[in-house]
Design a protein around this ligand. Structure first.
Ligand SMILES: *Cc1c(COP(=O)(O)O)cnc(C)c1O
Length: 427
């Protein structure tokens, strides 16, 4: 059977398939560059595993208190090496990215301190962590204040305003690498480094934390390579490689990581407890696969950008610019287009392909959100997925794909769904 017919069996009409093929032909060179980055990062991961003598025993788990958990302790050493950092906390007890970020903030800030975001509004779920939106247990409830400096209209740092915002109380600066649910550009690691240098020149003792969600392995350097004191992320995104079933990480300065460990478990206990149960082999194997999985997701994002830009939609990043995370934003302009796009992604899934996603109120978000995900790990967004908050300008955020062929199928299905709903037409 020809591949066209395979696509037809999966509901892709020939004109949609051909449209995709035409776009793909022009992307060869870019895909090669992505493969080179993956190759570099694969070596980096293997080297970190070898240096720290990962052994078969590391793949097993502990129960109970988890004292002397060699798998957990070695994995944390691997993460520290990989990020060129002093220490790391990598745990299944960190339940998600928001939890990892909240932990890093709450453990390193004290009442009377001030937190500064010099890159505009943080990710939606952090609004409640910080207390921008009122919430039980927020930093604000503990007397930690917050200041924000927005990016300039073209996405550049507002250095003058940042300088003015840094004061006596400023203790920690949070820098979000990825755009999240916004259409601002994602920051490159180099740009993050410039910002950190600027801030440290004004007040060297400020802690610089980077929300690294969706950014890991997209470049050959990470924010710890350019001066970040703490880098934080989720294991059900890039670094879990699709295999980690839960978890988050914090890497960076020894003192910052220790503070986080004492908060995660308890003062006095810190990193010494926390059984790894049965998840270690998937943490290790997922990290091993993460560079190529991230590359697949990146190729999917670039494919999507080129398709939807060609059809006249605004896309961030655009079809040609360099990439610093795996998220592709497409401004579809209509709520029904966001819904159709997400239904198409869902229909491409290997798990739950037959369900139909609907917009819904989600904890942590201030508008209804539609989420398409048919994932092996529930909610995993390194797997093929799409989210769209149902509010103007009706942007859909597409990400993931553990393999490029699957990401490609997802994008073609989204396109087919828009065509079938009469929302777009292709020749
Ligand atoms: C996903 C994400 C988070 C939150 O992670 P969850 O695992 O969904 O809690 C925070 N910041 C950014 C930029 C993200 O992409």
């Amino acid at each position: 059977m020809e591949i066209k017919e395979m696509y037809q069996n999966l509901g892709i009409q020939e004109n949609v398939y051909q449209f995709g093929e035409e776009i793909l032909r022009k992307l060869e060179e870019r895909f090669q560059k992505i493969d080179q980055t993956a190759e570099y990062n694969q070596l980096k991961v293997v080297h970190a595993m070898q240096t720290n003598r990962v052994s078969e025993a590391c793949l097993l788990g502990t129960t109970g208190y988890g004292y002397n958990d060699i798998g957990r302790d070695t994995l944390e050493a691997v993460y520290a090496s990989l990020f060129h950092a002093e220490d790391a906390l990598v745990r299944p007890q960190i339940t998600c990215g928001t939890h990892a970020l909240a932990l890093a903030l709450m453990s390193n800030l004290r009442p009377g301190d001030e937190l500064l975001s010099p890159v505009g509004k943080p990710y939606d779920t952090l609004e409640e962590v910080i207390g921008i939106r009122e919430s039980k247990g927020s930093l604000r409830e503990y007397g930690i204040t917050y200041k924000q400096v927005d990016l300039l209209p073209e996405g550049a740092f507002d250095y003058e305003a940042i300088k003015n915002a840094i004061g006596e109380k400023t203790k920690l600066v949070t820098i979000q690498r990825s755009k999240g649910y916004q259409t601002r550009p994602t920051l490159s690691v180099k740009q993050i480094g410039e910002l950190i240098t600027f801030i440290k020149n004004i007040k060297p003792e400020i802690l610089c934390m980077v929300d690294n969600c969706y950014g890991e392995f997209v470049e050959t350097i990470e924010p710890t390579d350019v001066g970040a004191d703490m880098v934080v992320g989720s294991l059900i995104k890039n670094p879990g490689g699709g295999l980690a079933p839960i978890g988050g990480y914090i890497v960076g300065k020894k003192e910052c990581v220790e503070n986080a460990a004492f908060r995660l478990t308890s003062p006095g206990l810190g990193k010494e407890v926390g059984a790894s149960l049965g998840v270690m082999s998937s943490f290790y194997e997922g990290l091993f696969l993460a560079p190529t999985v991230t590359a697949s997701a990146l190729k999917g994002a670039i494919f999507a950008a080129n398709i939807y830009e060609k059809l006249g939609f605004a896309v961030v990043p655009n079809s040609t610019e360099s990439r610093h995370d795996i998220i592709q934003a497409v401004t579809l302009g209509k709520p029904e287009s966001v819904v159709a796009f997400c239904k198409g992604i869902q229909a491409a899934a290997s798990v739950d392909s037959f369900v139909s996603p609907e917009p819904w109120a989600m904890p942590g978000y201030d508008s209804d959100v539609i989420m398409a995900a048919g994932a092996f790990v529930s909610g995993s967004s390194i797997e093929l997925s799409a989210d769209g908050p149902i509010k103007p300008p009706y942007v859909v955020y597409f990400q993931g794909g553990l393999t490029f062929p699957h990401a490609k199928l997802g994008i073609l299905k989204s396109l087919q769904a828009l065509v079938d709903a009469g929302l777009i037409s292709i020749k």
